[in-house]
Design a protein around this ligand. Structure first.
Ligand SMILES: NC(=O)c1ccc[n+]([C@@H]2O[C@H](COP(=O)([O-])OP(=O)(O)OC[C@H]3O[C@@H](n4cnc5c(N)ncnc54)[C@H](O)[C@@H]3O)[C@@H](O)[C@H]2O)c1
Length: 448
């Protein structure tokens, strides 16, 4: 199976390097503009394009989308960019004009597109979750390291004030060592219904074969996959955990300096071979770190009604919990981190305690201020990537970090195939002790 992926990357890269001019790298680009190519420019890709292009040193040279409507809309804003529907053709034709690649496709195409870009020595900004399979996350991390490439995963809230503040507060020991994290989202990127029958004709604006890419072939069904709803389907997305979990796990993962877990259990319905469960309760156990007790327990709940009542989640004055968020439970108190655009809140002995931020602000560790407007902060993470490509900054969610976070998320997704069963993860072998779960770590790449 692994050979399949390698073959895809190597053979596509070999074709690309046949392009007329030699492969470009940033250092050989004389006009000092970072030349970006964007794969997937509808949905979040449009926002990614906007935030990357808002950097004064970016020149958008290529737009690629399998949906000609998305491509048309993006090209109106960037009329000089070359247009493609197949990223392999894009690399084959203009590899030498591209310095950095932004991948904003559905999850199943993240690794094929990003790995090909990295094979060709491009810097890569890839949307979250980094990959669809654990094996791909490991391969992406390794390639980025081996080639020493600038990389960033698209978890833009990582660079928001509130999350950076929560990280510093936890690491300052404000609630002592943390024993448990509870995180929740009532969003539902699952599908409990039966596999739909029949097929619909593919709209003229969509190239369905390219949309499927390396993933399992299926007949097209209107509104079931494209756009957006692929998240609910196991062959293309990663369910609610892969969608919201990555954002909400990020701060605790980062703040507590966690690595991959020891055990994972998902309480959900039985697998139906098509859609993700609409409700999940995933319990992870992590090895301890300097910020946690001997082990750390992590409970994630999603779907309608999440989270269930629990004493750890009780707020002072009978306040309602934020719709989505995370609660850190420590020896000396709790820290609530709403998702998103709200300050973290400290709770000690059942009462809120005002945060004194003067020392932290003086320390210079946080440079931005909270802006209660998404666009006022969203560009930070993208500009950090561009600046890192220009040698002026470092990425804070490079693949060395985000592939491990993604692996953790995907282990919870796999545990959903074995409801109620505790799976044991061997980090060194990259295998479950439960042999039956190992086949979900990878998937063959379809030729397309
Ligand atoms: N960071 C965030 O806050 C955030 C928010 C939303 C989505 N996302 C992520 O962005 C990605 C896209 O999600 P979305 O909601 O925009 O999905 P979407 O289905 O709405 O849009 C995906 C776009 O990619 C195009 N596409 C699909 N396959 C392609 C391919 N092989 N080559 C080129 N283009 C291709 C589609 O035509 C479409 O324009 C996902 O990974 C998702 O998790 C991140």
């Amino acid at each position: 199976m692994k050979n399949n992926r390698r073959n895809f990357i190597k053979s596509s890269a070999a074709l690309a390097s046949l392009s007329v001019l030699p492969t470009s790298i940033w250092a050989s680009n004389n006009n000092q503009m970072l030349r970006t190519a964007h794969i997937g420019v509808g949905g979040m890709g449009a926002a990614d394009l906007n935030d990357i292009a808002s950097h004064k040193s970016v020149e958008v040279v290529a737009l690629c989308d399998v949906d000609s409507n998305a491509l048309k809309a993006a090209s109106k804003l960037h009329p000089n960019a070359k247009l493609f529907k197949d990223y392999r053709v894009m690399f084959k034709e203009i590899n030498n004009l591209i310095d950095a690649v932004i991948v904003s496709t559905p999850d199943h195409s993240h690794a094929p597109a990003s790995m090909l870009a990295m094979e060709l020595n491009k810097s890569v900004y890839c949307q979250k979750p980094l990959t669809h399979h654990v094996s791909e996350a490991r391969a992406m991390r390794k390639m980025a390291k081996d080639k020493n490439l600038i990389t960033q995963m698209g978890i833009q809230v990582h660079s928001f004030y509130d999350y950076k503040l929560a990280t510093l507060l936890i690491q300052s020991g404000i609630i002592g060592k943390v024993s448990t994290v509870r995180a929740w989202s009532p969003k539902n990127w699952g599908y409990d219904g039966p596999k739909p029958k029949g097929s619909d004709s593919v709209p003229e604006n969509l190239d369905w074969n390219l949309w499927l890419g390396t993933a399992v072939n299926r007949e097209f069904k209107d509104k079931l996959y494209h756009p957006g709803n692929w998240r609910k389907i196991v062959d293309y997305g990663c369910g609610t955990l892969g969608d919201m979990g990555v954002h909400i796990f990020d701060t605790p993962y980062n703040a507590l300096e966690l690595d991959v877990p020891l055990t994972i259990k998902n309480k959900c319905r039985k697998p139906n071979g098509f859609g993700f469960p609409e409700n999940n309760e995933v319990t992870y156990e992590f090895p301890g770190t300097k910020y946690t007790t001997e082990k750390l327990k992590w409970i994630w709940q999603d779907g309608s009604g999440a989270p269930k009542n629990h004493k750890d989640l009780k707020l002072p004055n009978k306040e309602k919990l934020p719709l989505q968020g995370a609660m850190f439970i420590g020896e000396k108190g709790r820290l609530l981190l709403p998702h998103f655009m709200e300050l973290p809140k400290l709770i000690v002995d059942g009462e809120y305690v005002d945060l004194d931020l003067s020392e932290l602000e003086k320390s210079g560790k946080i440079t931005n201020k909270p802006v209660r407007d998404y666009g006022g902060e969203s560009y930070l993470h993208y500009h950090q990537f561009v600046d890192a490509c220009l040698g002026k900054d470092n990425c804070t969610a490079p693949f060395s970090y985000s592939a491990r976070l993604t692996e953790t998320i995907l282990l919870g997704v796999i545990a959903g195939r074995f409801p109620g069963k505790t799976l044991h993860w061997d980090n060194n072998l990259a295998k479950f002790k439960e042999e039956e779960a190992n086949k979900y770590l990878d998937s063959p790449y379809r030729e397309f």
